[in-house]
Design a protein around this ligand. Sequence first.
Ligand code: DGP
Length: 113
Amino acid sequence: MKDCIFCKIAAGEIPSDKVFEDEYVYAFRDLNPQAPEHILIIPKQHISRVEDVTDEDRGLMGRLVVAAKHIAAEAGLKKGYRLVFNNGPDAGQEVEHIHLHLMGGRRFSWPAG
Ligand code: DGP
């Protein structure tokens, strides 16, 4: 989608620190990391937020989680990691291209802030 920063990153038009890519998914290090490992996993297809996910996207959304599993294993996050979708303004979603945060390398508290 024109003017979407994450679409441009996935297309290689804006540089990023890529950690994973396949036909459907792109993953790169967050510019503002909140943990020693902080990776954003996105579909290459533009989807703004959870409300826009359709039944046809079920496989694609599952691919984000499978990519997270592989990235976490590659990063050696044996003690666990947090996966987060910030969805909408109350959740602090800044970029309107759905993205799964993978954070690890430290302990996280619950409930989330
Ligand atoms: P969220 O608040 O869930 O929408 O998270 C958006 C994240 O995206 C935030 O942690 C910072 C990151 N981010 C924003 N712009 C860029 C960028 O151009 N490059 C990278 N690598 N990360 C970005």
